[in-house]
Design a binder for this molecule. Sequence first.
Ligand SMILES: NC(=O)c1ccc[n+]([C@@H]2O[C@H](COP(=O)([O-])OP(=O)(O)OC[C@H]3O[C@@H](n4cnc5c(N)ncnc54)[C@H](O)[C@@H]3O)[C@@H](O)[C@H]2O)c1
Length: 263
Amino acid sequence: MTRSVFITGGATGIGRATALLLAQRGYFVGAYDIDDERLAILDNDLKSVGGRGVVGHLDVTDAEEVGRRLAEFHETAGGRLDVLINNAGLLNAGRFEEIPLEVHHREVEVNVKGVVNGLHAGFPYLKSTPGAVVVNLGSASAIYGQAELANYSATKFFVRAMTEALNLEWGRHDIRVIDMWPLYVNTAMTKDVSTGTTTSLGIRLTAQDIAGGIAAAIEPTLPRKVLRQVHFPVGTQAKALAAGARFSPAWLTRLVNKRLAGH
Ligand SMILES: NC(=O)c1ccc[n+]([C@@H]2O[C@H](COP(=O)([O-])OP(=O)(O)OC[C@H]3O[C@@H](n4cnc5c(N)ncnc54)[C@H](O)[C@@H]3O)[C@@H](O)[C@H]2O)c1
């Protein structure tokens, strides 16, 4: 039996690194994206690491296309969907009022509706595959609302709530729903980003760090399994911020976030 993984936004960054890592670990990989050129490069790279799988065009905001791609992939992968990774995302940084409204709306379309589309279309295939896992790409910005990333951060709070709720709701279908909480990762997404927190915290993680975190979260160690961990902060900084927010009074969490953002 070959396990299968469907990854949205797989052409670059975290999606690409995860596709390559899971292919090397024997998964049948489906990597989908709007960026056809980079998908073609990934296709070659998957073959050169001896990986098996498919790449294909997908705009996660198009519910009909999401449904079609998942159905095709499920069939090609031998009637299995072991892992669904809702990874496609957009980030716009800056003062909220200075970012055009349509840019905020597009971020919501991709980061929120894209995830809803993937979950809705993926459900029947996940349900029929024993031990299936959903990995949503959340963010450390879902720990406390982030200045200069207000809309992005809010979309990741949506992902957090969806993850928590479906983790409860889909347990009875043997589907584990989790999310990753990385802090800044050095990918195209953060290339031109300069905010208070990129200055105070830096951009320290690599796409490979997150891919490794995803691979570990999919197949958790016994303690993590027993504790039924839902959120997976990646890196020391995100782990410290998550622990701080959990154990500090609300005023202190606010103050820490205000200071880190330089406001
Ligand atoms: N880079 C970071 O600092 C960071 C931190 C925490 C969480 N994340 C999250 O990780 C995920 C991946 O981010 P990344 O850093 O690899 O970004 P990236 O920009 O390198 O890659 C994102 C990919 O998503 C694709 N994409 C964009 N819109 C799409 C759409 N409508 N349909 C399908 N694909 C689409 C892009 O073409 C791109 O290949 C995102 O959800 C992001 O919010 C990133």
